[in-house]
Design a protein around this ligand. Structure first.
Ligand code: FAD
Length: 545
């Protein structure tokens, strides 16, 4: 009987195992997992900390017994694969009871990624510093919360897990401080979109330090020293500064590694060593938009790859088409989601791209509890190729980013976005959904109907002598405006047009971009040179709060 051995029994590993069994009743499938649990809900761990998920058992989705009963899987927890002999096709397994060799016909590695631990002075002596990857990690955090009753916590790193931990610790009543080395929280989105989340954190009592890093730890972890010289007193620390592929086993087996130590695989997930496959957070994938190598540590690709590698092993034609990286995080009452490439990535890659920011509603504005969905779309202004999107809001950002992620995966372009026919009744959406609106706005850019500048370009445009015109009402302008703008309300603009210069560029702004767009159409047809400030006063006020 053939035997497939799988190293790592969570997202990628267990997807591979169960799919393989559904395709083939006649082989032995052995899952080696060094931790105590397989198929646990790692994504749910932060919510257990606040009690939002109150039942620990709910984190344990499957057990070795249930997997044996339903799928006839030989699941071996507390077992670590320590060596691979690819000549003999054997893996060395170390368990509490023994060390033994296990032969394989095919080996699948799905070892995941481990939290990166920065080399900080004083880390070794600290007894209150935690990382979060698995159930034993969350047990340690819960134990510390219950026994030492900390009042203050510092979360180092404001990525997805860091933000989730900050929220959940705050919900437990701790005073939480975030320290993030990048210029803004959630470095996987662009700075102006992250500003919404920064404000939400601050509004919920979180102290946020950006552009600062922890450089030293004192008093057994009770004092953190930042690169600015500041000291933060704390009772508990969560280190969440990114992950690194768990590649030791692969490396020792002579498997070729690539960027950041990720495992290189071909489009059938086979590594450089025959009959050894790899999936999940530990592998290098192709970014589907740039075709460049990428490491994307997310659950959806890991699960898909696990299933696909089982297909390959069962002899089905299945190729890894790559990933685009679609992610979401909730931070108190706001959620932020992203897909594809960010503005920063596009700039770094020297792409020619255009941007629109759209302010829409999660459902019909007149229906109760409508809330804002603020969406940023990145695209090629000539071909309409969709590069990426980010959205922030209270409700409905998942739906919009999922639609755009689907559009990118399906090869749709800007021109297709207005064509999307999406579900609509007042409690659910709008007849012109934010995604349709983003398509209209992007098409206007592509077809030369409107032009825009970004907020970060405003200073330069202002210095080049452009006139800055805000077309909101006088009352709105009085309540708050962007320095340098003068007020020409839209409804009087036809009458006051003669006061505007034709020999200067005019930058138009309003609340969120709709009225300035109407003004731009009017003025342009009268011979003025106009551009819209994308995101308008709304974005300015969020970024400059
Ligand atoms: P894992 O699921 O990490 O499984 C790898 C397993 O292999 C581990 O259990 C490890 O113990 C085992 N292993 C490693 N080496 C060996 C060895 N030598 N011998 C035996 N066993 C070994 N993604 C999202 O998309 N959305 C989210 O909301 C989200 N939230 C997350 C929250 C947390 C706290 C964490 C930690 C991750 C989160 N992720 C999220 C990421 C997601 O969980 C991973 O992308 C996914 O689990 C990767 O699957 P994998 O199979 O590659 O690795």
């Amino acid at each position: 009987m053939k035997r497939t051995v799988i190293i790592g029994g969570v997202a990628g590993g267990m997807s591979a195992a169960t799919r393989l069994r559904r395709l083939d009743e006649n082989q032995e499938i052995v899952i080696i997992e060094k931790g105590p649990y397989v198929s646990f809900a790692n994504c749910g761990l932060p919510y257990y900390v606040s009690g939002e998920i109150s039942d620990r058992e709910k984190l344990l989705v499957q057990t070795p017994e249930s997997l044996k009963a339903r799928f006839n899987l030989d699941v071996r927890p507390f077992s670590e694969a320590t060596e691979i002999n690819s000549e003999k096709k054997q893996v060395t397994i170390k368990s509490a009871e023994s060390t033994y060799e296990l032969s394989y016909d095919q080996l699948i590695l799905s070892p995941g990624a481990k939290p990166f631990i920065p080399p900080l002075n004083g880390l070794e002596e600290a007894d209150n510093i935690f990382t979060l990857r698995n159930v034993p990690d969350v047990d340690k955090i819960m134990d510390s919360l219950e026994t030492t009753k900390p009042k203050k916590a510092v979360v180092v790193g404001a990525g997805f897990i860091g933000l989730e931990m900050a929220e959940n610790l705050a919900k437990r009543g701790l005073e939480v401080t975030i320290v993030e080395f990048a210029s803004h929280v959630l470095p996987t989105v662009d700075d102006e979109m992250a500003a919404f989340i920064h404000n939400e954190l601050v509004d919920n009592g979180i102290i946020v330090h950006t552009e600062k890093g922890v450089v030293e730890i004192e008093d057994k972890g009770r004092t953190l020293i930042l690169n600015t010289g500041e000291k933060i007193e704390t009772d508990l620390v969560i280190l969440s500064v990114g992950v690194r592929p768990e590649n030791d086993l692969a490396e020792s087996a002579g498997i070729e590694l690539g960027m950041r130590g990720g495992i290189l695989v071909d489009e059938n997930y086979e590594t450089s060593v025959k009959d050894i496959y790899a999936v999940g957070d530990a592998i290098i994938v192709k970014n589907q938009i740039t075709k460049n190598d990428a490491m994307i540590a997310l659950a959806s690709p890991a699960n898909r790859q696990g299933r696909q590698v089982a297909d390959v092993i069962a002899g089905m034609p299945r190729k890894n088409k790559g990933s685009i990286g679609t992610a979401i995080v909730r931070v108190f009452n706001q959620s932020i989601a992203s897909t594809g490439l960010t503005e920063k990535q596009l700039k770094d890659l020297n792409y020619d791209f255009s941007i629109v920011h759209i302010d829409g509603k999660n459902h019909a504005g007149y229906y109760p509890n409508a809330s804002m969905v603020f969406l940023k779309l990145l695209f090629n202004g000539k071909t309409g190729e969709l590069y990426g999107a980010q959205a922030v809001g209270k409700d409905g950002v998942d739906k919009r980013i999922d639609i755009i992620a689907t559009a990118i995966k399906g090869g749709l372009t800007v021109e297709d976005l207005p064509e999307l026919e999406l579900t609509y009744a007042p409690p659910f959406g709008s007849a012109k959904d934010v995604v349709n609106m983003a398509g209209y706005a992007a098409l206007n850019i592509m077809e030369g109907i409107s032009q825009n500048i970004q907020l970060h370009e405003l200073e330069e445009v202002k210095n080049s002598g452009a006139l800055l015109v805000d077309v909101r009402t006088a009352a709105e302008f009085e309540r708050g405006n962007i320095p340098g703008f003068v007020n020409f309300p839209l409804n009087n603009l036809r009458d006051s047009m003669s006061e505007l210069p034709k020999n200067k560029e005019i930058i138009l702004s309003c609340h969120s971009g709709q009225r300035s767009y109407i003004a731009s159409r009017m003025l342009e047809q009268h011979g003025f040179k106009v551009k819209n400030l994308d995101g308008s006063y709304l974005l300015y006020s969020v970024v400059n709060r």
